[in-house]
Design a protein around this ligand. Structure first.
Ligand SMILES: [Zn+2]
Length: 167
């Protein structure tokens, strides 16, 4: 009996080690997932808090995977915020009251990259950027560095799509 358990534990340990080694073989991926983690946890929390059991769909967009939560109940969360919100990204989770159009998704995917880049520091940096804008007498949302980056990325990607659609 003891041997049986010891063998089971050893098997489990070897399997986990193999799994861990496969992961560690891709450090960039581990790092990115780790960094997205605080945002993902917030995303899951907000999703469940709105009474939504699971995301609507996942979209691969170049180097990122967006987990979309497209549900009118997301409004419960959006309504608590200071300004009107169309879509919002927490980690890899993108929230909207309904189906997210491509240009907005391109914008939100840049926020996913920002979450992956700055991880646990991202929210502080985001609000810090808005605070700096306000101190300079500019608009907190439009002059926010991360919003400006997301806007220009969306413009670039949307124009790329248009070019591709030309005959
Ligand atoms: Zn944005």
């Amino acid at each position: 009996m003891v041997f049986h358990w010891a063998a089971a534990i050893l098997d489990f340990w070897l399997a986990s080690w193999r799994g861990a080694r496969a992961w560690l073989g891709r450090p960039a991926r581990v790092r990115r997932l780790w960094r997205a983690l605080p945002g993902d946890l917030l995303g899951i929390l907000v999703m469940r808090g709105c009474g939504i059991a699971r995301p609507t769909r996942e979209v691969e967009s170049g180097d990122v995977t967006a987990v979309l939560v497209e549900d009118p109940r997301v409004g419960r969360w959006f309504d608590t915020q200071l300004m009107p919100v169309t879509a919002q990204t927490l980690g890899r989770y993108v929230f909207a009251r309904g189906r997210i159009p491509a240009d907005i998704l391109a914008h939100e995917c840049e926020h996913i990259r920002q979450w992956e880049r700055f991880g646990p520091f991202y929210l502080a940096m985001y609000f810090g950027s808005s605070a700096l804008a306000l101190l300079r007498g500019r608009e907190a949302y439009w002059a926010n560095h991360f919003e400006a980056a997301a806007r220009s990325r969306a413009v670039r990607e949307t124009s790329k799509t248009k070019t591709r659609l030309k005959p």
